[in-house]
Every structure is written in C-alpha cells, then in structure tokens.
Design a protein around this ligand. Structure first.
Ligand code: GLP
Length: 280
C-alpha cells in the first residue's frame, strides 16, 4: 500500500483521474472498476474533460460498478446506474454494452450476483478498481463484519450508511434503500490495482483506521492492506490523523512513478532533515 497526499480534494481527484487516464492510454480495452459517491464526482468531471479536451478514448474500455441499491433500477434517480449515466457514461464515448452495473431490481438477486462475478471473470478480471471509503470504513457496500474473502452478494446497510447517503435521496433517510448488492471484499482484492480516494476532514479518523490500523472486517477498507498494489490518494484534511505523513510525502516527492505528476521541487530526505534537527 502507498499513500499519496495532495493539498486539496480537487488535486487529489485530479491525480486519481490522471492515473486512470494513464492506464487507459496504455491499455485501451482496460477493465475499469468504478465507485460512486460525492468524492468521485470531481474524478468523473476530470475524466470527461480529458476526453473532450485531450482525446481520452473510452471506446474499448469496459466498466464494472462496485454496487447498487436493492429495489432501484436504472430509471430511479437514486440508483447508482443513474449516477454513472449522469456523471460519466453519457458524457464520454463508452459503449453502453461495455458498462456493467448490478441490477438492484433483478428477480433473483443471488443469481444476479453470480452473473456479475462470471462477467468480471469473462472480461479477464478488473485492471484498476476505483474505491471510496464510507463513514463506517466500508469499501463498496461491505459493511462491518463483511468477510474479507466475500464475493458479490446482498448486504444490509448500517444506520450510519443510510444517514451518510440520505443526501442523494433528498435528505430523507427513510427513502434510502435498506439493502444493496455489492462486490465482495474478496472480489475487490482480486483487481490488479486498487485506487482508494478519500477526501475531507470528516473521513480523517476512519481513514487512519483503514490505512494504519489493524486489518479487521469491522473496517473493510483495512483489507486493502492485503492488496499487492493499492494506492491511497488523500487530501491534507483527510490525512490529518495519519502517523506516517512525512514518509508518504517523501514517496510522492521522490519516487520515479510520481515524477510526471509532481509540480513542486522534491523535499529534503527525512533522514537529512532529522539530522539537522538533532544538531540544532
Ligand atoms: C457509498 C458507496 C461507497 C462510497 C461511499 C462514500 O456508501 N457505496 O462506494 O465509497 O458511498 O461516499 P461519499 O464519497 O459520498 O462520501
């Protein structure tokens, strides 16, 4: 796992979009896992800009969304399918046949989840999975105590998640569906690369638990510590409770992978700085 800190939420989102764009340019038939939520909106806005202004081509790209509310179909305003249409699908040249979402209105939800798992496998697996972090530390809708090896399935949402997502239902908690279909933690961990984007002070405490705390099914974001290639992108506000910030900043400023994304000159190495401090 690596943590990249950017000064603002806008810059964190921009970096996330640029990383996705780099992968898509390198592999036009990229299998891209998508997430929803307010945090992702500027990422999709930047991808749309890159498509319109810099010719980023989605023609061969295939997408799989993480989750969907049970009982909501593509025509429902609050569904994640609608969210994706609004923010990305209708604004870039993705082929609708290549945009996969779970059907929250499927008559047999277990069969729908099995179909989704099969489809991901048939597409060769997910190359890069975009993730946000819920207020209770979930990824997708993998609520506390989700098995770390779980597959796509139906989950009951926590009262905290219902509250967190009420805004998308006109602020009415009673309108938020109580259950959802979600890729499992195990499904997510099979993606070749994970990108977790977390911004804002209100996520700082749960982010610190997910990144630097123990791996636990109580905070399913912590399972990402098991992933061989997980990049966590955060803004300064969300990074506020992280213990390793000096190292994380140093990585971004010095590791070759980040060279093309750097604008400021590199900082002094942590070692040199602490020696100076000791002498003073
Ligand atoms: C929902 C989604 C998650 C997302 C989370 C964060 O619960 N199922 O995938 O990460 O919202 O949402 P926001 O970005 O609005 O804080």
């Amino acid at each position: 796992m690596e943590v990249i800190i950017r000064p603002t939420a806008a810059e964190a989102a921009r970096l996330t979009a640029r990383l996705i764009a780099r992968e898509l340019r390198a592999k036009p038939a990229l299998v891209l896992g998508l997430a929803t939520g307010r945090t992702m909106e500027p990422v999709y806005a930047e991808l749309v800009r890159l498509h319109r202004e810099e010719g980023l081509d989605f023609a061969l790209c295939r997408t799989f969304n993480l989750d969907e509310y049970v009982g909501l179909g593509p025509e429902d305003e609050g569904s994640y399918r609608r969210y994706m249409e609004r923010h990305l699908f209708s604004r870039v040249n993705l082929d609708p046949r290549n945009t996969h979402t779970l059907d929250g209105k499927a008559p047999d939800l277990a069969a729908e989840c099995a179909r989704y798992e099969r489809l991901i496998r048939e597409c060769g697996g997910i190359d890069i999975q975009l993730l946000g972090l819920g207020a209770d530390g979930h990824i997708g809708f993998n609520e506390p105590l989700s098995a770390l090896l779980s597959r796509t399935r139906e989950k009951a949402l926590t009262p905290q998640t219902l509250l967190q997502n009420a805004e998308l239902f006109g602020g009415r908690v009673d309108r938020v569906p109580r259950r959802a279909l979600t890729m499992g933690v195990g499904t997510i961990l099979e993606s070749r690369r994970c990108l977790l984007l977390v911004t804002g002070a209100e996520k700082a405490a749960i982010l610190a638990q997910a990144v630097e705390g123990p791996i636990t099914s109580m905070v399913t974001g912590s399972a990402l510590q098991l992933h061989p290639r997980c990049t966590v992108i955060v803004d300064e506000a969300a990074a506020m409770h992280l213990k390793g910030v000096e190292y994380y900043r140093w990585l971004f400023d010095n590791e070759p992978e980040w060279a093309e994304f750097r604008t400021a000159p590199p900082r002094a190495t942590p070692g040199r700085r602490s020696r100076k401090r000791r002498r003073a």
